[in-house]
Design a protein around this ligand. Structure first.
Ligand SMILES: [Zn+2]
Length: 704
């Protein structure tokens, strides 16, 4: 068997996949050629496969240095569940546990050994005698003082190359700019390492920014629509994590607060329950998530504005690591900007922090595809808009906001530039609150000038004026909003201002129709998820280590009811098939029996409905096919059927007006024939099948 075939065989047998993710195969081949490698891959890109698979082929044991002791058990459980004998050595074990591992090592029974760099000294003699096949250094950015998680123990790793000059070393990280990259290579003594830099794009993560107004209500609605899915709400302060968790608990959700101020035991319990799917919602400071390798986090919400784009991207990156769709929402408030500016001003590298915050702010205010901005930030340039961010889905509308701006700016002037945004908005909307009455603002001209506009809209337009430079905030005067020189041009010279229409974001995506309320029967996915949890609890491992969400989704879609079909599912390797296959097949068969045949019809309707929803959001057929993991032809077929059923489907993507005219002509000549073949021949095979099919459907609908 040649090497390529062998790799694919192992990929299916041990990991259950048919294809490699981008870059994995190239890295693995370089490792097997005994080259040194530096791999930069985003979280969820499949980094660990780059050393786990070669470990199976190379002789001896693969040594993995990783800083995250909390993560080692899950990683080792995961490998053993795949049938790859693995173990770890760290400070959490007692001496008999250590002895068991050492015995296995001496007997040559292990393929992977995980170690923290701090433990290298302790086990020096043991390791010196091991037949090592490969050394992997995970989270390699910890080696560099340029990186954000510097760990002193990492800087002592330069001896590895000296001690084992012929053994390949692979260094891996998810974040590394140029300076950090060359630092890693220097410190590890890897003079001729190959560098592999994967794309940072995570197309399965949807991106959305919302105005931070009534956040709790918005979050509750969001969670309600996504029952049973795991998610994290990131907050800026410890206090906020507790407040948000409390508010959610009052609404009946078992949300937990997590921050560095809690006792270590409580923290690790919260983390473990989350990883094991026992609790679904965590309200946390950004400290949470670093040591977590949970693939089925379905959403991440930023309750507050993050400090910079690196942090933001890392945090949202914790969602959807199994590659299936996951959602992210960021709440944007001007109060957060002010708060973060204060932090930055008091920090040692003020300029850098302020400029990073500025980029973050620009991202939230973006009028073009947000993903492009993110990728651009990481040095990747893409031409096409992503179609999976809020800007792509609802492109902004620009309007002549001169009159509106004049009203807002004169409101600011009337309050003698002494009040913060909130009071200006209250004043313009004619609020009858104590603050306004105490100061007698209700008697001023322009009071209540924007009575008819929603509070958050007036606030948003004021912020737009602020961002356009027509006014500014005086941080040292209680954040009073003041007019700038430019404002005079609008107020007195009638200069035009263009503003972006504030979209009334629906707090709820779908109005719950009576139909939706009836839908109480748990889906097969829910059913299998239940089985997975039972197994995981019996074995005391994380649920996603049994099968990932993506694998369960595949089972729901393909409904394998025998061994052969079950083995074809992505994520089902040999060992997992032996361990869990029978139980899952049994569950699927039972489900089919209990729900057939009406359920099948529902599934079919469902899949059409999903395609329609994506289409109506503006996704093209190829985009839908990628997103839904369906063949392009299937998606086209869905859209055709939906169109024929009279749904609102736009077929311009498939057939041009000119083609329709030609097909119409042919239709008359062929006496309204329905045989596609006949048309195909008529055009001497020059007209593609899809154009013909869709063209005829349009003509038929018009004749009806
Ligand atoms: Zn986009």
């Amino acid at each position: 068997m040649d090497q390529k075939a062998l790799l694919h065989k192992h990929l299916k047998e041990y990991f259950g996949y048919d294809t490699f993710r981008p870059l994995q195969e190239r890295v693995i081949q370089a490792v097997l050629e005994k080259k040194d490698n530096l791999v930069i891959m985003p979280t969820g890109g499949g980094k660990s496969m780059c050393y786990q698979l070669p470990a199976l082929i190379l002789e001896g044991v693969t040594l993995i240095l990783s800083p995250l002791i909390a993560l080692m058990k899950d990683q080792v459980d995961g490998m053993n569940a795949n049938g790859i004998p693995s173990a770890y050595l760290n400070s959490s074990q007692n001496s008999s546990e250590v002895d068991t591992v050492i015995q296995k090592l001496t007997d040559g029974k292990l393929k992977l050994l995980y170690l923290a760099p701090e433990s290298l000294k302790t086990f020096e003699t043991l390791i010196a005698e091991l037949p090592i096949g490969l050394i992997a250094i995970d989270e390699a950015h910890c080696i560099s003082s340029w990186g954000h998680d510097f760990r002193p123990a990492y800087t002592q790793l330069s001896f590895l190359k000296k001690q084992w000059p012929t053994i390949p070393i692979i260094a891996l990280t998810a974040t590394a700019d140029k300076a950090t990259r060359s630092d890693i290579l220097n410190q590890l003594n890897l003079k001729s390492a190959q560098q592999h830099i994967a794309s940072f794009d995570r197309p399965n993560l949807s991106l959305e920014v919302q105005v931070a107004h009534d956040r709790i209500t918005k979050i509750v609605t969001f969670i309600k629509e996504r029952p049973n899915s795991s998610g994290i709400v990131y907050c800026l302060s410890r206090k906020t994590t507790e407040q948000v968790a409390n508010s959610l608990q009052k609404k009946g959700y078992k949300a937990k607060a997590y921050h560095a101020g809690l006792p270590a035991e409580e923290r690790s319990e919260i983390q473990e329950n989350f990883v094991h799917d026992k609790s679904k919602i965590i309200c946390a400071t950004i400290a949470f998530g670093m040591g977590i390798d949970k693939s089925n986090i379905r959403w991440v919400i930023h309750y507050n504005l993050p400090k910079n784009i690196e942090g933001y991207y890392q945090e949202i990156g914790r969602a959807g690591r199994d590659g299936i769709a996951a959602e992210t929402v960021l709440f944007y408030s001007y109060a957060d900007v002010i708060q973060l500016q204060k932090f930055a001003n008091n920090s040692s590298n003020k300029e850098v922090q302020l400029s990073k915050l500025e980029r973050m702010k620009q991202y939230t205010e973006a009028l073009s595809c947000r993903r492009k901005i993110l990728l651009n930030y990481f040095g990747e340039f893409v031409e096409k808009d992503c179609g999976n961010c809020d800007v792509c889905k609802n492109p902004p509308t620009i309007f002549d906001g001169t009159l509106l701006s004049q009203k807002i700016l004169s409101g600011i002037a009337r309050l003698r530039e002494k009040e913060p945004i909130g009071t200006v908005v209250d004043f313009l909307r004619g609020s009858q609150n104590a603050l306004i009455y105490d100061k007698g603002y209700q008697h001023l001209k322009t009071y209540g000038l924007l009575k008819k506009m929603a509070w958050s809209d007036v606030q948003q337009y004021t912020i737009q004026l602020l961002n356009l430079g027509y006014c500014e905030l005086a941080f040292h005067e209680n954040n009073a909003i003041k007019l700038s020189q430019l404002a005079k041009k609008i107020l007195f010279e009638n200069e035009k201002v263009y503003l972006t229409k504030v979209l009334l974001k629906p707090t709820s995506k779908k109005k719950s129709s009576p139909k939706a309320k009836q839908k109480k029967i748990p889906s097969l996915f829910e059913n299998l998820r239940g089985l997975r949890l039972e197994i995981a609890q019996q074995k005391n491992i994380a649920a996603y280590l049994v099968f990932s969400d993506a694998t369960l989704k595949q089972m729901e879609l393909k409904r394998p009811m025998n061994e052969a079909d079950f083995k074809k599912i992505e994520g089902v390797g040999r060992k997992k098939f032996e361990d869990y296959g029978a139980a899952f097949i049994k569950r699927i068969v039972a489900f089919q029996k209990s729900t057939a045949p009406s359920n099948l019809k529902k599934t079919v309707e469902n899949t059409f409905q999903k395609t329609l929803e994506l289409h109506q959001k503006g996704l093209s057929a190829p985009e839908i096919s990628t997103k839904r993991k369906l063949h392009l032809a299937t998606v086209q077929n869905h859209l055709l059927k939906l169109f024929q059923k009279g749904e609102d489907v736009n077929l311009n993507e498939f057939v041009t007006q000119k083609e329709i005219t030609e097909i119409n002509k042919a239709r008359r000549e062929l006496k309204n024939s329905k045989s596609l073949r006949l048309y195909f021949d008529h055009f001497e095979e020059q007209m593609p099948y899809p154009s013909l099919k869709f063209g005829l459907a349009i003509l038929e609908r018009n004749t009806d």
